[in-house]
Design a protein around this ligand. Sequence first.
Ligand code: G6P
Ligand code: ZN
Length: 543
Amino acid sequence: MTIKTIATTPIAGQNPGTSGLRKKTAVFQSPNFLENYVQSIFDGIGGVEGKRFVIGGDGRFFNRQAIDVILRMAAANGVAECIVGRDGLLSTPAASHLIRLNKTDGGLILSASHNPGGPNADFGLKFNGANGGPASEAVTAKIFGASQNIQEYQILDAAPVDLRLEGKTKLGDMTVKVIDPVSDYAALMESLFDFDAIRTLFQNGFRMSFDAMLAVTGPYAKEIFENRLGAKHGTVINGEPSHDFGGGHPDPNPIWARELMAIMHSDTPPDFGAASDGDGDRNMITGPRRYVSPSDSLAILADLAHLAPAYKDGLAGVARSMPTSCAVDRVAAAKGIEGFETPTGWKFFGNLLDAGRATLCGEESAGTGSDHVREKDGLWAVLLWLNIFAVTGKSMDQILADHYAAYGRTYYSRHDYEAVESDKANALMSALRTKLPDLAGQVVNGMTIKAADEFAYVDPVDGSRSEGQGLRILFEGDARAVFRLSGTGTEGATLRVYLEKLETAKNKFKADPQKALTNVIAAAETLAEIKAHTGRAAPDVIT
Ligand code: G6P
Ligand code: ZN
């Protein structure tokens, strides 16, 4: 086995977005692309000699081959040990846990999350640091910098490690430890939640349907829900990980989790329905004939988390990304705990979690999590809901009704315009940005504008500043429209329009969100001139 040094030149576009580097699979497969990026990670984090890493991915097409390259490059660069999930599989939250549990120097996670997989779809790679969380912007900037100056990379000339077998092997001087991807994570969940109470809930006939969307959570969900908690066989649907997610989008929303939505709208729906995404960090929550918006789920979990053993002493604080609805702010205010508003992207929660300022975090993009790991965690959210069902004995309808009665209902919707030509999307944003200073006081489609700005964030822990994090228009009556361009797409630009409005009248909690938000939607269109800029008459996806 010899270490080869291969000469290379910088490849444009190795700039990590909201969550690592995501590109078309073919781009990752193109000559030196993956190798350049891996070497840039190693160089960008200050070298890897003697370090230890966790490596795993969501099992999508190219996962195994990419892990082979990463392992041979790690060995060539002097890494001491890599802990790898069997078959190269690790959910993102499990990887985060393993980094923390094994006190490694970080990990490399292979996933494009909820984006489709396959030779013609998407692939991704991201670096998480020693705290288990996505690298900060300062670190990703260094990685990007390294990618712009790269001249060579090191790789071991060796046969691929057999990842089908658990146990320790050597690759050059590096130890490769192949582990069961599920057991440590399942043990962590068991330490956080009242598994006895949840087991009793299932024994008493509570029914759940969990859609793993042919992605990584299947084996985790079967072990936790069916084996350990005694939910009946078949509770987990689409539980076999597939390299292209059956050709679908492993994105847990009512559009893509169609099969689950059909079950929840059947004549005899289960009491609870949930889904997770490609790499297991997102969650969708539903009840019988009901979709629970991620922002509502976050607010309810924040309100009731103390019912689970891990959170029995209450929460230090809560954090949400800026476009996430303000529902959780009202819970934080009622409990007298700190509420933080961060830019989109889980990495921004890292410092708050590390500093013990926030215990629970969540995003409108179906991410919820806590300080147990440094990623959002789909199965964790489902288990917290189960723990709440078990302790309260209430139905989903009752829990929602009680929440709305106590805090009001924040109607919420996100409208996505996908694969818009980048210059048109940028033109829309800059036109709106120019208008912002003059908007306060104007009345648009019956909505009075209270304030408008471009969101910037100063991290309260390390003082770092992040600019340009979305345009916000605040209306009288606790309504809001937020505009931002997605940082995770791989084709053109995706315009996201986030819409919300608080309703406090007790007889108005049962409306269709699109109807309840009619004026906010109209005002958003008037202000941003979406049709004129993009030529699109309607959003591609409404959630
Ligand atoms: C990823 C990140 C999330 C973030 C989401 C937003 O899933 O892990 O933290 O909320 O991307 O994606 P967007 O496409 O809106 O930038
Ligand atoms: Zn994900």
